[in-house]
Design a protein around this ligand. Structure first.
Ligand SMILES: C[S@@+](CC[C@H](N)C(=O)[O-])C[C@H]1O[C@@H](n2cnc3c(N)ncnc32)[C@H](O)[C@@H]1O
Length: 420
């Protein structure tokens, strides 16, 4: 009987082990293994003591250990994993897992900030006392930076709370993901909110105006790769525009852009987008400068404005054909792996006589099949049934403060062409 108990217990523990392996969550895995040990080991001991004499007990432990070692072999683990896979896993769609990553990035924000600031402080204290006294302000700025990071963190928590509620993300699920995630996803949202929705319109006007003039009086407009959606709302506010479909396949971007309730909460908040940029400030205060959001264009559009629909979709997979009167692409076409596929899809989406207006750089991704120069791009467009009606150029920083001494700006090309 005792041998049976020993075997059963090792079976259970190995099965539990494979089940948790399948879920691939390091913290949860550790938690469950600990649980197994906490419950199964005392239970096995209790059963063994109750049902065996001392001699049997020794044999029981030896058999159990040998059996346990055998059962932890790869083959046994694979068998148990296969069985475990038949059990339902928590459902996860691509959008949900991207949102989960964002939530984890937000959860680890404070920790990451703490590490960065602590390191900066340690470096500061490498200066001798006299040198430290010569730049007390610099040290104070670090402390202030840390305080303002807390405000960014509170802001991000609002986004996380909304995501957790909407996607029914459990605390354990969040804890189960690797908490050493970088702040990148969280910071990207801050930078894009500032790019699209800061109260100060100046930089955006330069970008939007040449595009908007081609979208006027176009009933249906498509904005692929819409980011956080400001261009789509500006297009919708134009005379004669009835519908704007804004397409985005980055789940966090889509989630924020499409979430009115959340936008309402975020409206008029102040963000600090330069806190991770420690160098190149003419004036230290500029690094700590706050930017206030104005989301009124999305929340209270003019009564005669067109409808904006933000859609979570891969632009290349859109099935509509000959549907839109205008397509506005901003900082988008170079996201293509195959630029020809993008241009063909743009063409399919537009009606005959429809307008494609584009403005942005040619900063292709690392795996682009062909990195066409502007000349080559124009040559292809002209040879494939488009009539180019306007070309222009500009420069744009994309994001980052104009007060920084470091100016990285794209030279960008604009063109408008008609589908013949
Ligand atoms: C460089 S960002 C520009 C965002 C926005 N147009 C702007 O100017 O702020 C490019 C955007 O296109 C999105 N994107 C890239 N390829 C896409 C695709 N195939 N379908 C939908 N969105 C896409 C990315 O997720 C990203 O948000």
């Amino acid at each position: 009987m005792w041998a049976a108990w020993g075997i059963l217990i090792f079976h259970l523990s190995a099965f539990e082990h494979s089940l948790t392996n399948m879920r691939r969550s390091s913290i949860a895995r550790q938690g469950r293994t600990t649980l197994s040990l906490l419950f199964l080991v005392p239970y096995a001991t209790f059963v063994a003591i109750k049902s065996c004499n001392a001699e049997q007990l020794v044999i029981c432990v030896v058999v159990g250990v040998i059996y346990g070692a055998a059962i932890q072999s790869n083959l046994a683990m694979k068998t148990f994993s296969m069985i475990a896979k038949m059990f339902p896993k928590p459902s996860s769609t691509p959008i949900r897992s991207q949102i989960l990553d964002l939530c984890v990035s937000i959860s680890s924000y404070d920790n990451n900030v703490q590490q960065i600031i602590d390191r900066k402080k340690r470096l500061f204290f490498m200066l001798n006392k006299e040198q430290q006294n010569n730049c007390v302000q610099t040290y104070r700025r670090l402390l202030e930076n840390h305080e303002l990071q807390k405000k960014n963190s509170e802001f991000l928590e609002l986004i996380k709370d909304s995501a957790v509620e909407q996607f029914d993300i459990g605390k354990l699920e969040l804890m189960g993901k690797d908490q050493n995630t970088s702040v990148r996803a969280a910071n990207e949202i801050i930078e894009h909110l500032v790019r699209d929705w800061s109260q100060d319109e100046k930089a955006r006007k330069e970008l939007f105006e040449p595009i908007l003039k081609h979208c006027k009086n176009k009933k249906r407009v498509l904005v692929p790769g819409c980011g956080l959606g400001k261009l789509a709302y500006e297009v919708a506010a134009l005379e004669g525009v009835e519908n704007v479909d804004a397409i985005e396949f980055n789940a966090p971007m889509y989630f924020v852009a499409n979430n009115r309730q959340l936008l309402q909460v975020l409206d008029k908040s102040t963000l600090y987008p330069n806190l991770f940029k420690f160098s190149n400030w003419r004036n230290g205060a500029d690094q700590l400068e706050g930017v206030t959001l104005d989301l009124s264009a999305a929340l209270t559009p003019k009564p005669d404005a067109g409808q904006v629909e933000v859609v979570y979709q891969d632009f290349l997979k859109m099935k509509t054909e000959n549907y839109y009167d205008c397509l506005a692409s901003l900082f988008f076409i170079d996201t293509a792996q195959n630029i020809f596929e993008y241009i063909d899809q743009i063409r399919r989406q537009l009606k005959k006589g429809g307008v494609w207006v584009n403005y942005g750089p040619l900063q292709y991704g690392t795996a682009a099949y062909a990195e066409l120069s502007a000349d080559e791009l124009f040559e292809y467009i002209e040879s494939s049934g488009w009539k180019i009606v306007e070309r222009w150029t500009g420069t744009n920083r994309y994001n980052g403060s104009e007060k920084s001494m470091l100016h990285t700006a794209y030279g960008i090309i604009g063109f408008a062409c008609i589908k013949e």
